[in-house]
Design a protein around this ligand. Sequence first.
Ligand code: NAD
Ligand code: AKB
Length: 312
Amino acid sequence: MKRILLTGALGQIGSELTTTLQHKYGVDNVIATDIRYSDGAFGEDARFETLDIMDGNRLNELVKNNNVDTIIHLAAMLSANAEHHPQRAWEINMTGLMNSLEVAREHDCKFFTPSSIGAFGPSTIKQSTPQITVQRPTSMYGVSKVASELLCDYYYTKYGLDTRGLRFPGLISYLTPPGGGTTDYAVDIYYKAVEEGSYTSFLSAGTYLDMMYMPDAIQATVDLLEADPSRLKNRNAYNVTAMSIEPEMIAAEIKKHIPDFTLSYDVDPVRQGIADSWPDAIDPTAAKEEFGFSPLYDLEKMTKDMLEKVQK
Ligand code: NAD
Ligand code: AKB
């Protein structure tokens, strides 16, 4: 892998993944793109281009002119926003993906795009959710993620495109705020704990969801990108997770560092409905076996690091 292009690079994942890839493969070999202007986010020498993913021709030109051999497609609308704008979410999530897959096919690029725990629904088994199981989500985000997984499978079997993906859980990070998802409370809670000593959660107590700290998500992405293709049996997306947690558990961990911290609730029915339709705890065995997925952060270690970083 030498020349990587990322879409949606200024988002929560892209802002950290781009920097990691720059260090690993060289600044010149990473082309970050986003619909928004970067304003020097990735350093003075970074290669950045504005790109609306709906414009497949421009993506094609960028890939061709820069001899790109790997596309990482991150531009998407997340679950809570998508539920408020379902038609637009379908357009961005599906046309964006089709444009990226088509360009990857034309230039024979390796292709990575994230799926999500949102690709599961209320009829999916909630505990130890298997890699291959029922996927009948009830949110527009989930519908688009299932379709995305199927399209990645299709391009692999039909055209031999080297598609790879991860079903990310809620990702917790301190560098870039999350972009309108159902799991965002698990990031907000750390900021409010440090700034105000209290937090009002939009998900109720006892809402278990899979989560992972961003360094583990970035490492899993790099590991999957570098994995021996002959070992990968799943070309849609792999279950990955580091912890299954609910708001009270995060609060209890925060209180070890900020004893006066208080947690209250003002439940948002839209995001609660989405969260209730998702699994409590997915099973990442296939990712462990096929590309060595092995997260380093549990709730305790992540909380300590998050609070230190947010306090800075
Ligand atoms: P984000 O919302 O933080 O970032 C998305 C980026 O895409 C933004 O910078 C935005 O400007 C850009 N964008 C939006 N519309 C665009 C367009 N038309 N053309 C080009 N760029 C556009 O999202 P994220 O959290 O970084 O997620 C990236 C991917 O990972 C998405 O597919 C998301 O579904 C998936 N994912 C994220 C999480 C998570 O917790 N962050 C969990 C599971 C899956
Ligand atoms: C969201 O909540 O939409 C994302 C996700 C789990 O896909 N964080």
